[in-house]
Structure formats: C-alpha cells, structure tokens
Design a protein around this ligand. Structure first.
Ligand code: SF4
Length: 342
C-alpha cells in the first residue's frame, strides 16, 4: 500500500509566507520535523541531493516547493474541460509513460501554490466571460493534485469554491487513494472526481509509487458515497499480451465494488498510449529498465500539439480498443457515458 506522500525536503519561496496558506504550511512542516530551506525562486532550487542525474531526478520527486503562482492566465484543456486551473505542478508518482517527464524537464520537483484566492479570482473572470455557459476547470493537468492535497488542502478549498459557483465546474483525476479529507467538502455536486484506472499489468509494470487498483476502487466507492459525481479515465490504454482479459477484469472489479446509485451518473474517458520522440528519450534516461514498448515502427504517426509528432496505435488497433473496452463498459455500466476516446 502506498503511504500518503511526505516530502523529504521542503523549499519555501519568501513570498509564499505572505499568504495564510504559506504560513500554515510552514508551521505544519516544522511540526512534522521536515527539513525546510528557503529559496528566492523555485528556479534557484539547486543542490538537490544525489550524485548523478538519475538520483537527482528521484530526489526531486520527493521535494516540495511552496510558492506563488505568477501566471494567472490559464491554459486550455481540451477535450475534458475549457481551462486548466493551476494549483500544483509535478508529481511524486513514477509512472514510466508520464507526460510530465518531458514538460517538467530537468526540474521534476513538486510545486504547490499558496495564492489560491488569486487563482480563484482568475477563474471567476474566465467564468464571467463565458456565462451563462458553464466553464469546466481541470485541476490535474500538471500534477496529480489529490496526491499532495492531504498536506495542502488547496484542492479541498477549490472544491468548496466551485461548490458555491454558479457557472463553474471542477474536475480532476488521480491515481492516489488518499481522499479521506475530501469526503466532507461541500462540493454541491459541482466537482467530478475521476480516478485513473488500468489493467493490472500496466499498474504493476509502469505505475510505481501510485495506489494500486483495489485502493483506487475503494477510494472511488468512498467518493461516490460522499455524493460526488464520479468518473474513470482509462489511460493509457496499452496493448500487452492478454490486454482484453486485463481490461475486462478491471472493469468487472469496478462493477462489483460500486454501489448501484454510483453507476447512474458515471463517465469514462478513454486515452490510448502515445509517445513523442523527446518523451521516449527522457523515459529511457529516467527508467532505463522499462518494459514500455516505444517502437515507432509499430505505431501510427500523428500530428501533435506544437508540431511535435506523436506515435499512437494503428487504426485497426484503435478500433479494437474502442470496440473491446467500449463493449465492456456498455455491458457492465449501461447508464454510463463514454465522453471520448483519443
Ligand atoms: Fe504522472 Fe499521474 Fe503518474 Fe503522477 S500519477 S507520475 S502525474 S501519470
């Protein structure tokens, strides 16, 4: 069982202490006896312990930087939401395929932002711009936000903020089961709480440092019982020997565990595995022993964002995934909605 994340080292940017959450976190981490350092900016976080890049990478993933979010312009976040809302970046998980490896470059430490009210004010402007249409905000584009929230509670604040909003909805996804502090949040049904799930093979070989499937399912049941709209992202869908059985068993376990009422308003998002060439280089550097199949010749090339091509499965394989997994979902969860396959 994966324990809730505790950083080995915490850095504070001085401005973070001007905010109530920054002060609270400083007290909290001091009481926990953690090693605390000050830094003028997260870019100055240097001298992370470790003799080589490999060790430094691992140590960075257990380092937390408490800072202030300067850019309050939100990125778009298609297809799951209109905007990405930034509360944190980085993640303590070690999923081999994780896209953060390329986006975070050589600084994979975790950052949490304490100027939550400023972030909410920015969200409010985006909502006003689109009102009366609903605006959806995705909180897990740059981190696994649930995985650190037992320490910061900034996600809990966000859930309650959107709980009171008229035109906003919040959503996020996690591979962590540490959700107890979120069960009593006043969400008012305006947060869709999603869990990322996968076949046993994928979790076992490619998702070290995250909660296992039974723990995620157990947490999902708690979340459903707390009245949250619930969803599952099956990602990355990865072809491996026995994948049809693997994904079938995963969905059967889920069907067995979820209470009947939770199956009525359930969403699924299906995302096939993909990689880019820069990602492949980073993955092979950070996880040299990985079994992850990254052979361009077996894949179909597709234009990606910023002109960087990505390698997805062939059309036939994609159809097979959609039919197989979509078929299981239709059979086991007839009232659920598949939001997209990409
Ligand atoms: Fe990346 Fe999510 Fe795994 Fe964290 S849990 S390493 S964000 S894929």
């Amino acid at each position: 069982m994966v324990k809730p994340f505790v950083p080995q080292l915490v850095y504070f940017e001085p401005r973070a202490l001007e905010y109530p959450l920054g002060k609270r976190l400083k007290d909290k981490f001091e009481n926990m006896g953690l090693e605390i350092r000050e830094t003028t900016s997260h870019n100055q976080v240097r001298n992370l312990p470790g003799d080589n890049d490999f060790q430094k990478y691992r140590n960075a993933k257990s380092t937390l930087v408490v800072g202030v979010r300067k850019t309050l312009k939100f990125d778009t976040s298609k297809p799951s939401a209109e905007y990405a809302i930034p509360f944190a970046t980085g993640c303590m998980g070690h999923c081999h395929y994780c896209y953060l490896q390329t986006t975070m470059g050589s600084k994979p430490y975790i950052r949490t932002y304490v100027n939550t009210d400023e972030i909410f004010d920015a969200a409010d402007k985006y909502m006003k711009e689109r009102a009366p249409e609903i605006t959806r905000f995705e909180a897990s584009c740059t981190s696994d936000i649930v995985g650190i929230d037992h320490l910061t509670h900034s996600l809990k604040q966000a859930i309650e903020y959107f709980g009171k909003s008229q035109h906003g909805l919040l959503r996020f996804v996690t591979k962590f089961a540490h959700v107890d502090h979120l069960l009593d949040a006043e969400h008012n049904g305006r947060t869709r709480f999603r869990f990322s799930i996968n076949a046993d093979y994928v979790i076992k070989y490619f998702e070290p440092g995250t909660s296992r499937l039974p723990e995620r399912i157990e947490a999902a049941v708690k979340i459903a019982e707390a009245g949250y709209p619930l969803g599952f992202i099956i990602a990355p869908i990865y072809l491996h020997e026995g994948w049809k059985t693997g994904y079938g068993e995963m969905l059967e376990k889920l069907e067995e565990a979820l209470p009947a009422f939770a199956k009525k308003d359930l969403t699924f998002e299906l995302i096939q595995h993909r990689f880019t060439q820069p990602a492949k280089r980073v993955i092979q550097k950070n996880y040299p022993m990985t079994k992850l199949e990254l052979d361009e010749s077996k894949r179909k090339w597709k234009w990606g964002r910023y002109g960087i091509g990505k390698y997805v499965y062939t059309n036939e394989e994609q159809e097979d995934m959609k039919d197989t997994i979509g078929g299981y979902i239709d059979r086991l969860f007839p009232e659920a909605r598949i939001e997209y396959f990409t």
